[in-house]
Ligand binder design. Structure first.
Ligand SMILES: C[S@@+](CC[C@H](N)C(=O)[O-])C[C@H]1O[C@@H](n2cnc3c(N)ncnc32)[C@H](O)[C@@H]1O
Length: 237
């Protein structure tokens, strides 16, 4: 669970670069594939950056996230948009969305496969027929253990980041916040790396069709992304 303190430093330390870049990629992907989605829900939306970019692009975008701190930040920054606090494992919606997204390994934060399977069933229930579910997933090789990496300094606060792999197959991301030389906060995030083929099976079991994963969302993109992108469609019927 992301703490309130960490929610406040998340954007300040430039971690919002990911949803900003993803928004550009998503728009190009929609244009290239002639996907005319009007409404969208971002699950695990963090501080709301992707929703705001897609709103500026002309979509009716809203977000949900488990962390009260993240949702508070999103509402503060983008009061014109709808953000809800909730758990994607139990979250339901009366609305139907043309597009559901989840970025920056939010899905890897779901540690039990049974819970992830439930998320997929939930998404299927609030996705409009013909709609798409697009999310990213961590690649195992991108989560090598590392020495503490300095992420920079802001207002006397400095962030250090470190990755550990645990014996139970989880990845433990440790973020330490220093004021001057003093450690003032440690944030530990645990994530599970899922096998992308297994994820496709889970999506199919949840009712999705045309499920695939790729690390090149746009075919012409020459460099592979550091994550998998998983794309699933709900048939029109
Ligand atoms: C690394 S952040 C990514 C935030 C945002 N998607 C972005 O691209 O900046 C992962 C987010 O997933 C959220 N999250 C984790 N577990 C969740 C759950 N069960 N339901 C909803 N959100 C969850 C966290 O609170 C956090 O905001």
């Amino acid at each position: 669970m992301y703490s309130d303190l960490f929610s406040r430093v998340y954007d300040a330390f430039g971690w919002n670069y990911y949803p900003e870049e993803f928004a550009v990629l998503l728009q190009r992907w929609m244009e290239k594939n002639q996907i005319r989605a009007q409404s969208m829900l971002d699950i695990g939306c963090g501080t709301g950056v992707l929703c705001s970019r897609m709103h500026a692009y002309g979509m009716d975008a809203q977000g949900m996230d488990l962390s009260e701190g993240m949702i508070a930040m999103a509402k503060e920054k983008y009061p014109e948009l709808v953000f809800e606090q909730g758990n994607m494992v139990t979250y339901e919606s009366d609305r139907q969305f043309d597009l559901v997204t989840s970025t920056c390994d939010a899905m890897n934060h779901i540690l039990e496969s049974a819970d992830l399977q439930q998320v997929m069933r939930n998404v299927y229930s609030y996705l409009a027929p013909g709609g798409y579910f697009l999310f990213d997933l961590l690649k195992w090789e991108e989560t090598e253990e590392c020495e503490p990496v300095d992420l920079g300094e802001l207002d006397g606060k400095r962030l250090q980041f470190q990755i550990h792999r645990t014996a139970d197959g989880l990845v433990r991301l440790q973020i330490e916040v220093f004021e001057g030389r003093q450690l003032v906060h440690t944030e530990v995030i645990r994530e599970r790396i899922y096998d992308a083929e297994r994820i496709l099976q889970m999506l199919t079991e949840a009712g999705f069709s045309k499920v695939r994963y790729t690390d090149r969302l746009l075919d012409e993109e020459s460099n592979a992304a550091s994550t998998w992108f998983v794309i699933a469609r709900k048939e029109k019927h």
